[in-house]
Design a protein around this ligand. Structure first.
Ligand SMILES: *Cc1c(COP(=O)(O)O)cnc(C)c1O
Length: 221
């Protein structure tokens, strides 16, 4: 088995300079993160607030923490000032809570809008047709900046992956052409261990790789 460092070197060979590599460290201990840090990774992804906060407290400001999992409204208050980018904003109610909690501390929340591009019931995210309305809400915020879009695409073969990545790129491009307050399409966050090369080919500039760096996750420890 390759080491974390070797996995990172191999992954980077497939990732151009302009694409941000987020090492998804959920369920993994501090020691693993240190090894990735030594391999020059500074962006880490977590899907649980408590885990993100614990790891933030250990590493401090030196690394950028990305919240990539579903965020419950009652947990927003714990990540104010600790999260670099929230990838998973998926409802107006969550948006409003972020606006309120970050606003109280005078801190800007950088967010991505999660799109449920496959319209899967098992997944959260805004439907494409509801996006305009959602973005209007973002324009009314004072403490939220939208930096782009994020998606977790349906499982499938290469052709199906390409289809959904292309769909996302098209939405991202069309928003890029418009002028909004508080909204800039800097990031298109898509692609995980199994499909990040395809995602990059289709225009992703932020990939989230977990198992491909840290090895398989074990949830029943
Ligand atoms: C866990 C997770 C990833 C990483 O998945 P891998 O298959 O381990 O690369 C990426 N994005 C999100 C939203 C995740 O929850």
């Amino acid at each position: 088995m390759l080491s974390i460092k070797e996995n990172i070197i191999k992954a980077k060979e497939n990732i151009p300079e302009n694409v941000t590599l987020i090492a998804v460290s959920k369920t993994k201990p501090i020691e693993y993160i240190k090894e990735a840090y030594e391999a020059e990774i500074r962006d880490f992804g977590e899907n649980k607030v408590q885990e993100l906060v614990e790891k933030y407290d250990y590493f401090g400001k030196d690394v950028r923490w990305h919240l990539i999992g579903h965020l419950q409204r009652n947990k927003v208050k714990y990540i104010v000032g600790k999260v670099h980018l929230i990838h998973s904003v998926d409802s107006v109610r969550l948006l409003n809570e972020i606006e309120k909690r970050f606003g109280e501390k005078n801190i800007t929340a950088n967010i991505l809008v999660q799109i449920n591009i496959g319209k899967e019931e098992s997944k959260t995210g805004i439907y494409e047709e509801d996006l305009e309305e959602f973005l209007k809400g973002c324009e009314n915020c004072n403490s939220v900046k939208v930096k782009g879009l994020m998606a977790i695409i349906p499982k499938g073969n290469e052709e199906s992956c390409r289809h959904y990545f292309k769909k996302m790129k098209k939405i991202w491009d069309s928003l890029n052409e418009k002028q909004y307050k508080n909204i800039n399409m800097e990031y298109l966050s898509m692609g995980m261990s199994g499909d990040y090369k395809i995602a990059i080919e289709e225009g992703s500039n932020m990939v989230r790789i977990g198992q491909g760096i840290f090895g398989a996750r074990n949830y029943n420890k």
